[in-house]
Design a protein around this ligand. Structure first.
Ligand SMILES: Nc1ncnc2c1ncn2[C@@H]1O[C@H](COP(=O)(O)OP(=O)(O)OP(=O)(O)O)[C@@H](O)[C@H]1O
Length: 337
């Protein structure tokens, strides 16, 4: 199916368990051919949302799940989705047999399943491992098999629940790139649950920020990641320095990343007009190898500065000194007040 309704979505979705509401999503739609990243802290309800959308939830779910614009039934959903979870679950047998098994489950003949699976095995770089016992694979290799098995069925909906967690950074970057390339041009609506902003950027055109079971922001990934609207989304997006109006004299709370927050080390430097500069007391300095972290207490809370490189202790004031902190790049939290 093509058209604006193609894909997966929900209306008035609510999930309850243990006497409390875990999730409330009035409306969501992921179009066919698009990827949505659902970014949120631990316990935000990300997996709850994914399971509810896939009709896989064991909790009390109300509202409508829509598949290609129509209410989803378990049978329709079973034929439409493939899921990849944090821990790959592989069957006994070779890598090739595991990739083929997804198609076999859908009633595809052995011969046709082999023919359809092989291009995916090659595209995802698994050909050299095709004959290996799947249970002898590393976690990264196993996750690659799990993703290839899901792609080989060319699902209408692909649900990814933190599939890159625990992979080393090179393996993760390679798998992200291969997955992105494999999804290009496919009629698949993909939802990626993650804690990781880099994964959202690499894979998803759209990102939704989920906190406390509610979507706080939703839009194009680059825009959402750089425009927190309130203190919770700011913290989630790494804008961990919050500067309320009382500290800066600005109309709204400002939020800044530590890498955009620095001590003013030249005492003769005046106040630059556009860039906020606030005063505080240096609490401690920690050498982190690639950066030097300086924590500063201000009247409204602590700020963290990150200076690139290994700044010699002689260039930094000692703990207890009065210091000035410059915020090189900040966002206004317009929903904060
Ligand atoms: N059976 C249950 N009864 C009560 N609360 C539950 C139950 N199952 C899950 N929860 C709660 O639902 C909330 C959302 O859980 P969920 O696993 O969806 O979060 P998540 O965003 O995926 O977290 P993580 O990133 O840690 O995997 C959590 O606070 C969890 O404790």
């Amino acid at each position: 199916m093509t058209g604006p309704d193609a894909g997966i979505g929900c209306r008035d979705l609510r999930v309850h368990a243990g006497g409390r509401e875990l999730l409330s999503v009035p409306e969501l739609h992921v179009a066919s051919g698009r990827t949505l990243a659902v970014l949120g802290p631990n316990g935000a309800g990300k997996s709850t949302l994914l399971r509810a959308l896939g009709l896989l939830s064991s909790h009390r779910v109300s509202g409508q799940i829509l598949l290609d614009g129509r209410p989803a039934t378990p049978a329709l959903m079973r034929g439409a989705i493939a899921a990849v979870l944090q821990r790959p679950i592989l069957r006994r047998g070779t890598v090739a047999a595991n990739v083929i098994s997804g198609l076999r489950f859908r009633g595809v003949s052995r011969r046709e399943a082999r023919a359809r699976a092989w291009p995916w095995i090659e595209a995802l770089g698994l050909a050299p491992l095709a004959g290996r016992d799947a249970r002898s694979l590393s976690i990264g290799e196993a996750q690659r098999v799990s993703i290839t098995r899901a792609l080989a069925v060319r699902p209408r909906v692909l649900l990814l629940d933190e599939p890159f967690t625990g992979l080393d950074s090179t393996t993760r970057a390679d798998l992200l790139a291969d997955l992105r390339a494999a999804l290009n041009g496919q009629p698949t609506a993909t939802i990626l649950v993650t804690h990781d902003r880099q994964e959202a950027l690499a894979l998803a055109e759209e990102t939704a920020l989920l906190i406390g079971g509610r979507i706080r922001q939703h839009g194009p990934t680059a825009e959402v990641l750089d425009h927190p609207s309130d203190p919770d989304t700011a913290r989630l997006l790494g804008f961990t320095n919050l500067l309320p109006p009382a500290l800066t004299g600005r109309a709204h709370t400002l939020a800044a990343r530590p890498e955009h927050t620095e001590l003013v080390l030249d005492p003769s430097e005046g106040r630059a007009g556009e860039v906020p500069v606030v005063t505080g007391t240096l609490r401690r300095t920690v050498a982190l190898g690639i950066a030097t972290r300086v924590d500063v207490d201000t009247p409204t809370g602590r700020l963290t500065c990150l200076h690139p490189g290994d700044v010699p202790a002689t260039e930094l004031p000692p703990a207890g000194s009065d210091v000035r902190v410059r915020i090189r790049h900040a966002r206004s939290l317009t929903a904060a007040e």
